[in-house]
Design a protein around this ligand. Sequence first.
Ligand SMILES: [Fe+2]
Ligand SMILES: [Fe+2]
Length: 466
Amino acid sequence: MDLYSRIPNNVNLENDKKLQRALEKWLPNYIDWWREMGPDGFQEKDVWLRTAVDVGSEGWAHFDYVKMPDYRWGIFLEPAQPDAKVGFGDNYGRPAYQEVPGEFRNALRRIIVTQGDTEPASVEQQRQLGKTCPSLYDMRNLFQVNVEEGRHLWAMVYLLHGYFGRDGRDEADALLERRSGNPDKPRILEAFNQPCDDWLNFYAFTMFTDRDGKYQLSALAESGFEPLARTCKFMLTEEAHHMFVGDTGLGRVVRRTAELMKQGEDVRALGGIPLEIIQRYINFWFSYSLDLFGGEISSNSADFFAAGLKGRFKEQEQYTEHSAANQSFTMTVVENGQLRSREVPLRNALNEVLRGEYVKDCEKGLARWNKILNEAGLTERLSLPNPRFHRHVGEFAGHHFDITGNLISKEEFESHQSEWLPTVEDREYVRSLMHAVTEAGKIANWIAPPAAGIKGKPFEFEYVRL
Ligand SMILES: [Fe+2]
Ligand SMILES: [Fe+2]
């Protein structure tokens, strides 16, 4: 196998023998994993995909038909900044780290492994969805997301192999061994062990869970460890499309539901997805995605920031003060069975600060969907649950809250659970609607067509040759 024609890169792969050997060993295992756990049933089909062949505006969005196992998973870093400096924390203003600083080695490896683990996990979660796609356009978008998550895995594996020696190689192997939802060898983060087996789940996942990725990558894109910063910057350009798929996908479901509601009959009877089911899927994926930011009060977040490894969202653009020391942050916590506000050192609250940025971004999506309802002349609205609702990580884990964030008993929560979270019947109903529509230009009944196709092609274009 010719490694260099298979792995387009801008990291001088051909001049680094050690890295070359490591990746040569890893590549066949990756292909085996892709064949075993990647999109089921479509590996030999031609898919009209965007392939990155360079980071420049010309190179990174090259469109053509490709069979997914032949996709060229490249390694791309944004160009190095001359005189890059650590942009925050205790080492602010010192030269950026070009190698892993010994004292931060474990922390940095943990950050990279945790990020890396999410990439193959989502491919595994979504592997059956091609069989029930609502259109060829959607099928193509699913596969685009999947191959790019594969490339993001490559990006993290490059860092592990290139900068962490033997334990980096072991971690890279382990990334191909864990499996989403497998009780014996689960993926690291819980949102990535949840089933994503229907298209409403897929859109909610790419809207809310990929958006967590945007915020994690943005914080890492400012890292003082420059290879990580340069890697994450390029990943963000691809991630934007994943969120587009989720945001517009849910918007199209809402649009179709609104059309059916205006016909005056029961949406179910007309084969659509009722708004209350959409709301429950939003509640589910939003709350699981909030957990991904970690505990509200976190010594890790303080250590990562102090070390200059993980910054705030738009650290350089939004802040003039980059030490975040000797400042405090007031948050709500549970104390003796009641909600209280507590002041904590700002550095210990940075997970919560990042989560707050994410919530603001999600609100914009809700506003777009509610605009669709409004324009349809409907008074119903969708909303985000309170961030305390249905949490499994941090200050609110182990307590129960209603959808607006009031502390309630376990019994009360359980008696309302079927109003707030997808029920078995909801999931069965949504699944009952999922039948593949694969004729070019046709669309399933439960979703509206997109406003435009991909890269100037019409919706009717044959995005996948079946
Ligand atoms: Fe990703
Ligand atoms: Fe993504």
